[in-house]
Design a protein around this ligand. Structure first.
Ligand code: PRX
Length: 658
C-alpha cells in the first residue's frame, strides 16, 4: 500500500483545568505515567488491585490474567465468583448514603412522564423481574431478548437477567421485525421482553407489532412479556404473550430474589453490533472482566464520583448504554439520567433544558449529536444553565477539530475537559482516551492509551509504522473488558480479530501516533480513497469540509472513475441560513485545495438535507459509496439506519446531478 499521508496537522492544545483537579482520581501526567508503566510491567498486580478495589466478589480468583491470542482464548479472574446485579444494587443497600439516593432518573418525551428509582426501589424492581423470569423457567445461561424504548424497565430487565445468570440481548427498539427476528434466532432466545411502543417527536411508535411479527417466525421464543408504556389496554396477538401489568399482581414475585453465583467467565450479555460494515455479529462479554473494566474506565476517564449524574443520550441497544449507562455508573453508586425522546422536540433546546433541570454533571455525546447542534441550534445551549457539567465526552467517530472546539466552548464554556474516548463494542470499554484532569488535549486526537492498554501501529507487512505514519491499530495483550467471542462462531472470532497480525488484537481501525505519543484515529480501512495515487482518509477530508463556515456535516466517499480510477464524492449538509449553489460548490472546492493541496479536487459535491446514519451516529458510508457509484438497489441491510427515508432523497439528488 502507498504510504497514507495525514492531512490534519492541528497544533492547538488545551490544558486540563485546575478547578476540580484536587478531587480527581488521577491528578497529573506524572501519576498517569507511573501507573501506566506499572500496569504493563505487572498486569496481574495492576488488575488484581483494580478488581478488588472496584468490585465485590463472593470468592476471589485463582488466576488473574490469561490469554493466548493465537487460539483466541482470553480469561480474566478465573475461578472468581460474583454477580453483576449484586454489585450494581445489593451492595449499595448496605450503605445508608447510597441506599435511598436516585439510581435512575427517567424522563419521557412528555414532561409528565418522569420517574425516579432509588437504589432500594430499583433493587426491589429487579428482584420482582427476576422472580417473574424464573417463574417462566428461565435458568442460568438462557438468552432473553429485550426490545424496548429507553425506559427504566430495560435496566431492570438487564439486571434481573444478570441476577439469575440469564444472558441478555438488548436490541434497539427502532430495528425492524426482520432484524429483530434474525437476532432472536441467532441467539436462540427463550423469552422476549418488549413494550407496546413509545413516543417520538409527538408521534406514537408501535413496537408490539414488530415484536409479534418477529416472533411469529421464532419457535425458540416460549413467552414474551409486554410492558405498558401508553397506559392503554393492550391486545396480544399471540398466545405466548403475557402482560407485565398482569404478572405483577402476583405478590409472590415481590419477594427477595437471591443472586446467582456467577463465574467470572460466565457470559453476561450478547450484543449485536450496529452493522455499519455489514452483517451484525453477536459479540459476547463475560461477567468479571467486563464489570471490572467498565467500573475502572468510568472511574478514571469520567472521574466518576458518587454524587455525579451521568447522561449518554442514545439508544439502549448499544455498548455505550451497557457500559456507561447501566453497569459502571450503578456499580459505582452514581446516578444515571435516561431520556426517551428526540433532541429537538418540542424545541431545539430540549437536551440543554434537561441538563439544566436535572443538574447533569457528565454528558457523553457523539460527534454527530454535536454537529446537529452546530447546524441549526447553535445558540440554544446559551439559553440554559449548564454550570453543573464538569466533564464532556465524545465517542463513536473521529471528532472533527472544529466540532471538538465548538463543544468545548459552547457547552463546556471553555472551562471543563472534553474526553474523546476511542473504543469498540468488542473492547467493552474505553481503550484510548484522555484522563480529564491529567492529559493536555489536542482536538481531534484521542490522546494516550489507558493503563493496561498497549496499542501499536502496523504497516501492511507487520512492521511498525513510524511516527506520524498511519497504519493498522492493533493492541498487544489483553485487558479484562475484551470480548470473549462471537456467539456461535468461535472460528470467525479468531479470524476477524486475531489472524491479521498474529499475537495482536486487530481493531480494524487506522491510526497514527504523533511525536508526543498522541493517537489520531482515522476510521476504518475502507474509509480511505485513492486520488491520483494518494491514499486519503475520508474522515480527514470531512474535517476540512466541516471547518468551512457553511458546512454542518460532510460525508466523503470514493466514486469509481473510468480514467482516474477513483475520485472524491462529497455529500454536504449545509448549516441553516446557507443555500446550495454552484458558487458555493466552487467555494468549497477552493477551500479544499487551499487547505489540503492542489491535487485533491472533489469531483462531485452533492448537497443533501441529512446523511444516512446508524442509531449510534455513524454515517453509513457503505450506502453512500453505492449511491455515489450509481447503484441504487442492492444497498444492503438498512435496518439499523436511524433515518432510512433520507436514502431515497439522496438517490434523487444523485440522479439530478448525472
Ligand atoms: O472506528 C471506530 C469508531 O467506532 C468503532 C466502534 O464502533 P462500535 O463497536 O459501534 O462502538 C461504538 C462505541 C464505542 C471504532 O472501531 N470510534 C469509536 N470511538 C471513536 C471512534 N473513532 C474515532 N474516535 C473515537 N473516539
Amino acid at each position: 500500500m502507498t504510504k497514507i499521508e495525514s492531512l490534519l496537522k492541528d497544533e492547538r492544545i488545551f490544558y486540563p483545568p485546575q478547578e476540580g483537579k484536587d478531587l480527581a482520581y488521577i491528578k497529573s501526567r506524572y501519576q498517569y505515567d507511573k501507573i501506566y508503566d506499572y500496569s504493563l510491567k505487572d498486569p496481574d498486580g495492576f488488575w488484581t488491585e483494580r478488581a478488588k478495589e472496584l468490585i465485590t466478589w463472593f470468592r476471589y480468583w485463582d488466576r488473574t490474567c490469561y490469554w493466548d491470542f493465537n487460539k483466541a482464548e482470553i480469561r480474566f479472574f478465573e475461578g472468581g465468583k460474583l454477580n453483576a446485579s449484586y454489585n450494581c444494587l445489593d451492595r449499595h443497600l448496605l450503605n445508608p448514603h447510597v441506599k435511598n439516593k436516585a439510581a435512575i432518573i427517567w424522563q419521557g418525551e412528555h414532561d409528565r412522564d418522569l420517574r425516579v428509582y432509588t437504589y432500594q426501589m430499583l433493587h426491589d424492581e429487579v428482584c420482582r423481574f427476576a422472580n417473574i423470569l424464573k417463574s417462566l423457567g428461565v435458568k442460568k445461561g438462557d438468552r432473553v431478548v429485550i426490545y424496548m424504548p429507553t425506559m427504566p424497565e430495560v435496566i431492570a430487565a438487564m439486571l434481573a437477567c444478570a441476577r439469575i445468570g440469564a444472558i441478555h440481548v438488548v436490541v434497539y427498539g427502532g430495528l425492524s421485525a426482520e432484524a429483530l427476528k434474525s437476532r432472536i434466532l441467532d441467539a436462540g432466545a427463550k423469552i422476549l421482553i418488549t413494550a407496546d411502543g413509545t413516543y417520538s417527536g409527538g408521534r406514537r411508535i408501535n413496537l408490539l407489532n414488530n415484536a409479534e411479527t418477529a416472533i411469529a417466525q421464532c419457535e425458540c421464543i416460549e413467552k414474551y412479556i409486554v410492558i405498558n408504556r401508553f397506559g392503554e389496554e393492550i391486545t396480544l396477538s399471540d398466545k405466548r404473550g403475557l402482560l407485565f401489568d398482569e404478572l405483577i399482581k402476583n405478590k409472590e414475585f415481590e419477594k427477595y430474589c437471591p443472586c446467582e453465583e456467577m463465574d467470572a467467565e460466565d457470559i453476561l450479555f450478547i450484543l449485536y453490533t450496529s452493522g455499519s460494515t455489514g452483517k451484525p455479529k453477536g459479540i459476547y462479554h463475560t461477567t468479571g472482566g467486563y464489570l471490572v473494566y467498565a467500573a475502572h474506565t468510568t472511574q478514571w476517564v469520567f472521574d466518576l464520583r458518587p454524587e455525579d449524574i451521568i447522561w449518554r443520550p442514545g439508544a439502549v441497544g448499544w455498548i455505550t448504554f451497557h457500559t456507561y449507562v447501566v453497569y459502571s455508573p450503578l456499580a459505582l453508586g452514581a446516578t444515571v439520567f435516561i431520556y426517551d425522546g428526540l433532541p429537538d422536540y418540542p424545541n431545539p433546546g430540549r437536551w440543554w433544558e434537561l441538563v439544566d433541570r436535572f443538574k447533569v454533571t457528565i454528558l457523553y455525546l457523539t460527534p454527530t449529536n454535536i454537529r446537529a447542534f452546530m447546524k441549526e441550534r447553535e445558540d440554544w445551549p446559551a439559553k440554559y444553565d449548564l454550570s453543573t457539567l464538569r466533564i464532556l465526552g465524545t465517542v463513536g467517530e473521529p471528532i472533527n477539530p472544529e466540532v471538538w472546539i465548538w463543544y468545548h466552548k459552547n457547552v463546556g464554556k471553555g472551562r471543563i475537559p472534553v474526553v474523546d474516548t476511542w473504543w469498540q463494542t468488542e473492547t467493552g470499554g474505553h481503550l484510548i482516551s484522555p484522563l480529564p484532569y491529567t492529559i493536555p488535549q489536542k482536538p481531534g486526537s484521542v490522546t494516550l492509551p489507558l493503563p493496561g492498554i498497549e496499542p501499536v501501529i502496523f504497516r501492511d507487512d507487520g512492521t511498525s509504522a513510524d511516527i506520524n505514519e498511519s497504519g493498522h491499530l492493533c493492541i498487544k495483550g489483553a485487558w479484562p473488558g475484551i470480548a470473549r467471542g462471537l456467539w456461535g462462531d468461535s472460528e470467525k472470532f479468531k479470524e476477524i480479530y486475531f489472524s491479521r497480525f498474529p499475537g495482536y488484537y486487530f481493531t480494524g481501525d487506522q491510526a497514527r501516533v504523533d511525536e508526543d505519543g498522541y493517537f489520531w484515529i482515522m476510521g476504518r480501512l475502507d474509509d480511505v480513497i485513492s486520488v491520483s495515487g494518494y491514499l486519503i482518509r475520508t474522515s480527514e477530508l470531512e474535517s476540512v469540509f466541516v471547518a468551512h463556515s457553511a458546512v454542518a456535516e460532510a460525508a466523503v466517499v470514493g466514486m469509481p472513475h473510468e480514467i482516474k480510477g477513483e475520485v472524491i464524492y462529497a455529500y454536504i449538509v449545509l448549516k441553516d441560513g446557507f443555500q446550495p449553489s454552484e458558487e458555493l460548490k466552487k467555494n468549497l472546492i477552493q477551500h479544499i485545495t487551499k487547505e489540503i493541496g492542489p491535487l485533491v479536487i472533489p469531483e462531485v459535491i452533492q448537497f443533501v438535507n441529512d446523511l444516512p446514519k446508524t442509531r449510534s451516529g455513524k454515517i453509513m458510508r457503505r450506502i453512500l459509496r453505492k449511491v455515489a457509484a450509481g447503484v441504487y438497489d442492492d444497498l444492503g441491510d438498512k435496518s439499523t439506519l436511524a433515518n432510512p427515508d433520507v436514502v431515497e432523497k439522496i438517490i434523487q439528488g444523485r440522479k439530478e446531478i448525472f
